[in-house]
Design a protein around this ligand. Structure first.
Ligand code: HXC
Ligand code: NAP
Length: 309
């Protein structure tokens, strides 16, 4: 056990024995952390990404760190044929696939009026089309084989609030959320579950290099917007992902679990900005309000006594 329970493994070793899980974009960042955790719990792991060398290296390192069996294969989730080839490779290597984490994404900050049509398409195609392509391929297979399955879609909190400067990603992630909820209803009868997670900021090289360049980070420290006062730890997300994919969550489908230290609610609540007032300022505000109440009560008492005369 570490000093911080939130960075410990929530599951017992062997909890994923016999299961095969695909993590798209599993060669880097959060996908890699989730995949490596499941591998360490006994899952057989399939990872994909566009860059062959990145996933090959990740597979090798994961094997060295936690052991187990990893199939790493280049695949662009925008291309249905490539996903079908990935599916065939996974079934031929492992004989089954039990769960899919739709994690692959593209994103960058940019004023929307500066985006080319191709820039908008690129992000939406990776995030939304990539997710529904993968979902369709594996869902069809599970339905045909009459085998249960679980999808976990990596969303964001701005899927429901929207956000400027990442509009293609916001549009696409909100589509992913609705895909999750729609198919949770439609495919429940096949024992296929779909859930989502909505992480707040979890530092990764991929996200930070595109969303937090130094000029932005200096002006806009996202950790200051988080009630719990810190970024998320990868293991916290990996624990949640493992739970939602596991049989312990067999009765959970169509859910989107927010894991953001309270960030989006702080942005949403009308008066949450008052956090910046000092105790002295609060003392002044409260004594001013008390004085105003007392003055009003005195005036009311005077009015009453003059009415009695
Ligand atoms: C404006 C940009 C741009 C930028 C690319 N483009 N970057 N426009 N500002 N910073 C434009 C290009 O000019 C081009 O349009 C079009 O987008 C496609 O760019 P390419 O470089 O040709 O595409 P590609 O090589 O496929 O790369 C895709 C990518 C890239 C999305 C642009 O960033 C990528 O590979 N991302 C994958 C990983 C990633 O994004 N990870 C972060 C996920 S974090 P033209 O018209 O010139 O052809 C995340 C967090 C969310 O989602 C929540 C945080 C709290
Ligand atoms: P990341 O490391 O950049 O992960 C994105 C992965 O997607 C990369 O491995 C990338 O590999 C892969 N990918 C991109 N386009 C692809 C395509 N067309 N086909 C297949 N794979 C593709 O970033 P991350 O921060 O870990 O993000 C992981 C997920 O978490 C994303 O869904 C992101 O939106 C979500 N998220 C992240 C945060 C955060 O704070 N980090 C917050 C909320 C949500 P290639 O480039 O080799 O293809």
């Amino acid at each position: 056990m570490s000093d911080s329970p939130h960075t410990d493994s929530m599951f017992r070793p062997g909890s994923f024995n016999g299961k095969t899980v695909l993590v798209t974009g599993g060669g880097t960042g959060l996908g890699r952390s989730i995949g490596q955790y499941l591998l360490g719990l006994g899952a057989r792991l399939v990872i994909c990404g566009r860059r062959e060398e990145v996933i090959a290296k990740a597979a090798q390192q994961m094997g060295e760190e936690v052991g187990g069996d990893v199939l790493a294969r280049a695949c662009d989730v925008r291309e249905p044929k490539q996903i079908e080839a990935l599916l065939e490779a996974a079934y031929s290597r492992f004989g089954r696939v039990d769960a899919v984490v739709n994690n692959a994404a593209g994103n960058f900050i940019c004023p929307t009026e500066r985006l080319s049509y191709n820039a908008f398409d690129t992000v939406v195609d990776i995030v939304l089309k990539g997710t529904y392509n993968t979902t369709l391929a594996f869902g069809k297979r599970w339905i045909a084989d009459r085998t249960p399955g679980a999808f976990l879609n990596i969303c964001t909190t701005y899927a429901w609030t929207g956000s400027g400067f990442v509009v293609p990603s916001a549009v696409a992630k909100s589509g992913v959320l609705i895909l999750t909820r729609s198919l949770a209803s439609e495919w429940g009868k096949y024992d296929i579950r779909l859930n989502a997670v909505a992480p707040g900021p979890f530092p990764t090289e991929g996200a930070w290099s595109r969303l937090m360049p130094p000029e932005v980070e200096q002006q806009f420290d996202p950790s200051k917007k988080i009630p719990l006062g810190r970024f998320g730890e990868h293991q916290e997300l990996a624990n949640l992902a493992a739970y939602l994919l596991s049989d312990f969550a067999a009765y959970i489908t169509g859910a989107c679990v927010t894991i953001d230290g309270g960030e989006w609610l702080r942005g949403a609540g009308e008066f949450n900005g008052l956090e910046s007032l000092s105790p002295q300022q609060w003392d002044g505000i409260q004594s001013g309000m008390r004085a105003a109440r007392a003055k009003k009560a005195q005036a009311e008492a005077r009015d009453r006594s003059s009415g009695d005369e």
